[in-house]
Design a protein around this ligand. Structure first.
Ligand code: BGC
Length: 747
């Protein structure tokens, strides 16, 4: 034995005794860093690259062993640092035991999984949750997801997805919080806090992963995986704020996106991953690539082979290679041949180990692998209660002519029509990213309505048509059902696979023959309520002109039927507001409320202004819009000053009164416009909101503080500044119908 190997052996034993000598649960970050130093010193290059390697498992199966022989051998050789998609307390425990007992370094594994809107207790899709404008509830929803995720052995959820999306053709709009950077930031922070809890070391917390960094939502033409080309100004002003808000809220991991931005793939962008994320924002956690995104650097044609792709990825700041296996397979020789500095690898390993430390895995590698917990925690009654509350508040009423809604629970007969109304398509109601869904545990609309209405109410159900098929064979029968009832509830929209990843669409009408069915139902002359279930804004222009009541349900999760019945029959007064603009037709896309003025703002009488010949510029339903069963009046808009210095704040207050007959909640929204600036600014930007509840006749004063940061923007040198001049502020219940006031900022 040489001196060198004696030394290594000594360090190795020292390290193991350090590991098992009861490491205190709460380590100071300096203690963690010095532990990491000693671990890295003991690791071989292969083991280091192993920590940067994430292997994919099979998604659905929780019963059988999920590593094949090759993967098991890799694991034992220390060549795997984390897994994706392996769940189950027993199986994650079994695999962790291999890492802890049969690898040289005994470094615990991380288990990652996409828990986007609940695991077993599936809550509404994120776009729906954003419609609640209720961050506390969204935080609770993420909390129950984290508790259930912990129960199934997972440590790390690939959420929240915080990509701003201005294009509803892009199916992944369903996974985010819509089009607005402010609302998106509030929701991003709420979800991170919900997933990570108030203490990562406590049972029931998951590591959050902010994705997809960055600007994936701006995929050209709304086609998934497509290129993005945006100015740095737009990236910073519109797309980056929610990621930063998530980091500020304490997110420990980030996922680098598939897309390139202006010629640089996000997963190979040192500007994004090192300059902005780490140097500007001070992020010290881990960046994981999106699925095979390191390999895709070759398809982007910025790397000629996998070695080059791996070098670009790790050098620009992607620490973990999700399933490409390029780091583990190719980077050893890249380091040995001098093409890649081992220091860069060490830095990435340091971040991975840091996250494993802060999550307490060195202390208790089996923290989430406790078999009894699955039974105890999945689909708990309390979790379903949160899911129902969340679902109710996610619903947005878009039209309600002559107060058709709410319906009486004693209505004599209801024709319940449509492919999403009955029990057979229950799996579609939960929406995208719901791998563990059990359709039999989803409350269908028919069941929700039956349990809400009086025993005497007759419910005549007919599917009417399929979600997507070409056949209109059942339409006539559905019309007969409608004719026999007092009121028609049509439940239509998209299947779960029509939104989410790889689900872009160019036509956003109701799919298949559903619109034809709806037209036939309307022709009966019966009052029709349309309940739309979807993962994105649909084009509902005909519907908005011809249907008396439209309820935007989105994909609401396991409590769909109960939540909808609560709203349809008035047990809950709807309070949801759109987090995204609804276009009249796809030709208007991209359409969003915070657009620029242009040099030729629209003037109705002037053809040579910014307009279409065949459609208005205005959306069908604007951002922030949603109806209640009561009415809210706004008055007394008051500012604390008419002039402030650029370093000062200003307070604005408004009285909001419930002038209708039912108790209800209103989302009071505050928008600002910088009237004149050195670069063009949006016509209006959301800067605050407050969801309040009011009894009939009750009045509340709502107050907002506008801080210098709310007034600032990136100037020509990309510095955030507040420029002197006048500002207009708008307050109201949506982005269009607002009261206005103005104030001036001086040096
Ligand atoms: C998606 C990510 C997801 C990852 C792992 C990718 O295809 O873009 O959002 O987290 O798969 O499942």
């Amino acid at each position: 034995m040489t001196m060198k190997s004696v030394k290594i052996l000594f360090l190795f034993f020292l390290f193991n005794s350090l590991l098992f000598a009861q490491i205190p649960t709460r380590l100071l970050s300096s203690q963690i860093e010095s532990k990491i130093d000693s671990i890295i010193r003991l690791m071989t290059l292969e083991e280091k690259l192993g920590q940067l390697n994430q292997i994919g498992g099979t998604w659905y199966d929780t019963k059988t062993e999920r590593l094949n022989l090759e993967q098991t051998a890799m694991l034992k050789a220390g060549k795997i640092g984390s897994f994706l998609g392996i769940t189950g307390a027993i199986e994650t425990g079994r695999i962790q035991r291999i890492a802890m007992e049969q690898t040289r370094m005994k470094i615990p594994l991380l288990f990652g999984y996409d828990i986007i809107h609940g695991y077993s207790t599936i809550t509404p899709i994120p776009l729906a949750e954003a419609s609640s404008w209720n961050p506390e509830l969204v935080q609770q929803s993420a909390r129950i997801a984290a508790i259930e995720g912990s129960a199934i052995g997972v440590h790390w959820t690939y959420a929240p997805m915080v990509d701003i999306a201005r294009d509803p053709r892009w199916g992944r709009i369903a996974e985010g919080s819509g089009e607005d950077p402010y609302l998106g930031s509030v929701m991003a922070a709420a979800r991170v806090k919900g997933f990570q809890g108030d203490d990562l070391l406590k049972y029931g917390s998951l590591l959050a992963c902010v994705k997809h960094f960055a600007a994936y939502g701006a995929a050209e033409a709304g086609r998934d995986y497509n290129s993005v080309d945006l100015s740095e100004r737009t990236v910073r002003e519109i797309y980056l704020p929610p990621y930063q808000a998530a980091i500020d809220a304490g997110a420990w991991t980030v996922m680098s996106a598939f897309n390139d931005i202006g010629g640089v793939p996000s997963s190979g962008s040192s500007w994004l991953l090192t300059d902005v994320l780490r140097k500007e924002w001070g992020f010290t956690g881990v960046v994981v690539s999106d699925y095979t995104a390191i390999m895709e650097l070759i398809h982007h044609r910025i790397a000629k082979d996998s070695t080059e792709a791996g070098i670009i990825g790790v050098t620009s700041g992607v620490d973990i290679d999700m399933v490409s296996r390029i780091y583990v397979d190719k980077l050893t020789s890249a380091v040995r041949s001098g093409k890649l500095s081992e220091e860069i690898v060490n830095e990435a390993v340091r971040r991975v180990l840091r996250v494993k430390f802060v999550y307490g895995l060195f202390d208790d590698p089996y923290r989430n692998s406790k078999p009894g917990k699955e039974k105890e925690l999945l689909m708990k009654k309390e979790h379903r209660d949160v899911a129902r509350q969340m679902a109710k508040q996610s619903i947005v009423v878009l039209k309600n002519e002559r107060e058709l809604l709410p319906l009486s629970k004693n209505v004599r007969s209801i024709a319940l029509i449509g492919p999403l109304a009955g029990n057979e398509n229950r799996r579609e109601l939960v929406g995208t990213w719901a791998w563990a869904q059990k359709p039999e545990l989803v409350v269908s609309v028919i069941d929700g309505i039956i349990s809400k209405t009086s025993p005497g109410t007759k419910i005549i159900y007919d599917k009417g048509c399929e979600i997507e098929s070409d056949s209109g064979a059942r339409i006539e029968q559905a019309v007969k059902a409608a004719n026999r009832a007092d009121v028609v509830i049509a439940v239509m929209g998209e299947s779960q696979g029509l939104s989410g990843e790889a689900a872009s669409r160019t036509i956003l009408d109701l799919p298949g023959r559903q619109k034809e069915l709806l037209k036939a139902l309307t022709a009966t002359g019966k009052p029709v309520i349309l309940v739309v279930m979807n993962g994105r804004p649909l084009t509902l222009e005909w519907e908005s002109e011809n249907i008396s009541a439209i309820v935007e349900s989105w994909h609401l999760g396991v409590e769909t039927g109960n939540a909808l019945a609560d709203v349809l029959f008035g047990d809950y007064n709807p309070s949801g507001k759109l987090p995204v603009t609804f276009p009249r037709n796809t030709g208007q896309i991209p359409i969003y409320y915070n657009h620029k003025s242009t040099g030729r703002p629209f003037v109705p009488a002037d053809k040579y202004t910014s307009r279409y010949l065949d459609a208005p510029n205005t959306p069908l339903f604007p951002f922030g819009f949603g109806l209640s069963y009561t009415t809210f009046g706004y008055e007394n808009l008051t500012l604390s000053a008419s002039t402030i210095k650029s370093t000062q704040s200003i307070t604005v207050s408004v009285d909001v009164q419930n002038i209708g007959k039912r108790s209800g909640e209103e989302v009071v929204q505050l928008y600002l416009r910088d009237d004149v600036a050195s670069v063009t600014r949006s016509v209006k930007e959301l800067k605050g909101f407050n969801k309040i509840s009011l009894n009939p006749g009750e009045k509340k004063t709502v107050q907002f503080t506008i801080r210098p940061d709310d007034l600032s923007f990136y100037n020509l040198s990309m510095k955030k500044v507040v420029e002197p001049g006048t500002f207009t502020l708008y307050i109201g219940g949506n982005s269009v119908d607002c009261m206005e006031a103005s104030f001036e900022v001086i040096e």
